[in-house]
Design a protein around this ligand. Structure first.
Ligand code: IPM
Ligand code: MN
Length: 366
């Protein structure tokens, strides 16, 4: 297979973790006889510095002529005091919206060598395998009228707006995912307070009729955040609106050890997707070789699976991650029992070694 990939490293640790993911990706593509063309583009603070805008038109052009996007992270203290339109985050929100990436999948899974790193008791974490499906292009992040302050500075507005169609398509996506997993869906809202949530719940109830084999529960977001800590093993697929999904996914990420491990896929109805780690740009450790590359590496695996249907190749990367952790190699954010903390580059070398030695490596190339 031939693929064209847009690579947007962004800010902070973004370039380091992206470098790691590309090295791993090249190894697996090579081993399985695929070809990829990588085109780099600017986003976030790096784009503000070089092109005067967080999302240059050229970046969008590169993304539009690619089959998928790999993104590192955006943001940093350098741009924290910029006006709203010149913040790095605007680039990220802009690309999600411009490319129509409405469905953000954030899988959270327990890794045996990381059970000690969880702040929760081992028995609560062992069986965790859930996916948060976060609506990504609507709600508070994009409501009109958009965020603004009243003339005297003492009044503020943020708007939570959704159309029926926007809710229908994300809920549909979540049901489809639940159907190929353990067939349990928690639809999360705040229907006791918000009108948008009441419509969300109505649509979830209507859609449920089409998927009689999926067990649906409707949960309030505050209670869900408590249940995620008390009994995370109960969840299979969680679907929720943009802001709730942002908050719940950070919470869920520490259940299994570290935010640094979590990948994500932002999808639409065709095969196009953008793949990025859930973590941010971590400016405090940028450039020091300490960053955990696994969230980005696992995002590249999701790309192979969702955008290209390359299941074996995706699984090979995921197995390499499992194996390397099992061998005790990790970065400083992961407390692997008797683990050896190595640099971003060294951990990537270990992954590549695993990929090249693995039994899963295709016969033709052995
Ligand atoms: C995320 C991030 C972003 C979000 C920020 C950086 C705008 O927190 O991807 O979860 O809020 O969506
Ligand atoms: Mn977030």
């Amino acid at each position: 297979m031939k693929m064209k990939l847009a690579v947007l490293p962004g800010d902070g640790i973004g370039p380091e973790v992206m470098d790691a993911a590309i090295r791993v990706l090249k190894t697996v593509l090579d081993n399985y006889g695929h070809e990829a063309v990588f085109e780099n583009a600017l986003i976030g603070g790096a784009a503000i510095d070089e092109a005067g805008t967080p999302l240059p038109e050229e970046t969008l052009d590169i993304c539009r002529r690619s089959d998928a996007i790999l993104l590192g992270a955006v943001g940093g203290p350098k741009w924290d005091h910029n006006p709203a339109s010149l913040r790095p985050e605007k680039g990220l929100l802009g690309i999600r919206k411009e490319m129509g990436l409405f469905a953000n999948l954030r899988p959270v899974k327990a890794y045996a060598p990381l059970l000690n790193a969880s702040p929760l008791k081992r028995e609560r974490v062992e069986n965790v395998d859930l996916v948060i499906v976060r609506e990504l292009t609507g709600g508070l992040y994009f409501g009109r009228p958009s965020e603004r302050r009243g003339p005297d500075g003492n009044e503020v507005i943020d708007t939570l707006a959704y159309t029926r169609e926007e809710i229908e398509r994300i809920i549909e996506k979540a049901f489809q995912l639940a159907q190929i997993r353990r067939k349990k869906l928690a639809s999360v809202d705040k229907a006791n307070v918000l009108e948008s949530s009441r419509m969300w719940r109505e649509i979830a109830e209507e859609t449920a009729k089409k998927y009689p084999d999926v067990e649906v529960s409707h949960m309030l977001v505050d209670s869900t955040s408590m249940q995620l800590i008390a009994n995370p093993g109960q969840f299979d697929v969680i679907v929720t609106e943009n802001m709730f999904g942002d908050i719940l996914s950070d919470e869920a990420s520490v259940i299994t050890g570290s935010l640094g491990m979590l990948p994500s896929a932002s999808l639409r109805s065709d095969r196009f997707g953008m793949y990025e780690p859930v973590h941010g740009s971590a400016p405090d450790i940028a450039g020091q070789g300490k960053a955990n590359p696994l969230g980005t590496v696992l995002s590249a695996a999701l790309m192979l699976r969702y955008s290209f249907g390359l299941e074996k190749e995706a699984a090979a990367i995921e197995k390499a991650v499992d194996d390397v952790l099992q061998d005790g190699y990790c970065t400083g954010d992961l407390q692997v029992k008797n683990g050896k903390v190595v640099s971003t580059h060294e951990l990537t070398d270990k992954l590549i070694e695993k990929l090249n030695n693995s039994e899963a490596r295709p016969r033709i190339l052995q």
